[in-house]
Design a protein around this ligand. Structure first.
Ligand code: SF4
Ligand code: SF4
Length: 448
């Protein structure tokens, strides 16, 4: 569900939705240790009638419905996997031909493609450049860090192939962003990772993704966890690598997540602001001015991006592709009806309705909103279930960045709507100071 109403387009209410299509499902040519999608092959029972390749009829139905379900100047398609380039270039040539067939006059159609980069070649990059795809390239940092978990099926690292993709993307002027998983290892090397992406990859936009996976994630849907199983914030069993840990050993810990963001933020703010784009930091700047966070994970509501499997099954979110969160199939329901359905709206609003009291009274609720519900599997220190596993790290980062963000906004003439150094906090402080001064002056005068 991604509904934008109010503005008009073409004489009618503007209507927008977003879905992440997985035309090859979870199939992938490599085998990253922490991949949350490979296990879907079993969970969604592909073998029992769900082809791992979206057939022509489903593809055309999807493209037609996706376009017909929106009324906006630009329609953005997102293609993900598994590894979508395994479908071959011809498949994507068919995609752009179908988009041209159904594109209403005056509407721009754009495409995003998420890839591990290992199959990209000159031909692919010429196509991506010609059709102005925005490529999301997965790369975890310098060779040793990247190769630890991003391995091929023989267990060998994929770093060389990904760096070849980086060269090709630059050579053909393909728009791209890097996606870097912050895991137990990369989180310990924040500056090595950041400087590598900045100086070697020359990443036009950096996206960092915290890896958080409970040991039960392959079979158990988020938010179906028993409250009694949730551990309190600070419990040692929440630390990745602890002998009784409830999370996978490759996960980032809450503290390490906060420390990673802080180290990268400090370097970015001192040297690179305005030159290097780090998605979380750009989004935080927006939030501090009072605008909503553009990232779903830190926005008040969620459910703004559906996920669709090769057989046309639609789920509430890419992170909720579990039978409990299936909301329909495009062969039986229209995509926009599913996007606007009560089930999807409930899913979206539940994010703010289920916030713990710790979040409700948090100084940084405006910036965090309890982060992604898929990570809300711990208890607050007071024992309330449903707190985010990364809470301590997020809080540490926001508290650290607060003053610098306010300073930058004020220095550039922008409002500072939130935080401990907001315009309102400053005004209050000045009122208090001037009241104190008046009292001191009054008591001083009364003595003479
Ligand atoms: S569940 Fe998480 S990833 Fe999905 S829309 Fe909500 S915040 Fe975003
Ligand atoms: S920092 Fe923690 S307490 Fe504050 S809103 Fe985020 S998850 Fe909730």
């Amino acid at each position: 569900m991604h509904i934008t109403q109010g503005p008009q387009f073409n004489g009618k209410a503007s209507k927008r939705l977003h879905a992440m299509a997985k035309p090859i499902g979870a199939a992938c040519n490599i085998d990253c240790t922490y991949c949350y999608y490979l296990s879907k092959q079993d969970l969604l029972e592909y073998k029992k009638g769900c082809s791992p390749r979206m057939d022509d009829e489903t593809l055309e139905t999807y493209i037609r419905q996706y376009i017909e379900g929106q009324n906006t100047p630009e329609i953005i398609f997102s293609w993900q996997g598994g590894e979508p380039t395994m479908l071959g270039l011809e498949y994507f040539q068919k995609i752009v031909a179908l988009q041209a067939k159904y594109r209403p006059a005056g509407i721009v159609i754009s495409n995003d493609l998420q890839t591990n980069g290992t199959l990209l070649n000159d031909e692919w990059c010429e196509f991506l450049s010609e059709h102005q795809f925005l490529v999301g390239l997965s790369i975890d940092g310098p060779e040793l860090l990247h190769n630890t978990y991003r391995t091929n099926k023989a267990g060998r690292g994929t770093f060389r192939q990904v760096m070849n993709a980086v060269e090709l993307l630059h050579k053909h002027n393909v728009k791209f962003a890097t996606l870097t998983c912050v895991n137990n290892l990369t989180s310990q090397n924040p500056l090595e990772v950041y400087r590598f992406l900045r100086d070697v990859v020359k990443s036009p936009q950096m996206q960092f993704i915290p890896i958080v996976e409970q040991k039960t994630f392959r079979t158990t849907a988020p938010q179906t966890w028993a409250a009694s199983d949730q551990l309190k914030q600070g419990d040692k069993r929440l630390i990745p690598g602890h002998k009784d840990s409830v999370v996978e050993p490759w996960c980032v810990s809450d503290q390490a997540w906060g420390n990673f963001l802080i180290a990268v933020f400090d370097e970015w703010i001192q040297k690179d602001i305005g030159k290097v784009f780090v998605q979380y930091f750009e989004a935080s700047v927006e939030t501090w001015t009072g605008r909503p966070n553009p990232l779903c994970t830190l926005n008040e509501l969620c459910g703004k991006g559906l996920a669709m499997e090769p057989n046309g099954d639609v789920y509430s979110c890419d992170h909720y592709v579990y039978p409990e969160y299936k909301i329909g199939n495009i062969h039986h329901q229209k995509l926009d009806e599913m996007a606007y359905s009560p089930a999807q709206q409930n899913f979206g609003f539940a994010k703010s309705r289920t916030l713990t009291s710790q979040c409700q009274s948090c100084d940084y609720k405006f910036a965090c909103h309890g982060e992604c519900p898929k990570n809300r599997f711990i208890r607050t220190k007071a024992g309330e279930p449903g707190l985010n596993y990364l809470c301590a790290g997020w809080h540490k980062f926001f508290a650290h960045a607060d003053k610098a963000l306010a300073y930058i906004l004020r220095a550039t003439g922008h409002p500072v709507a939130h935080g401990k150094f907001s315009d309102e906090a400053l005004r209050q402080h000045q009122v208090e100071m001037s009241a104190k001064k008046t009292t001191v002056t009054a008591s001083f005068s009364s003595k003479f």
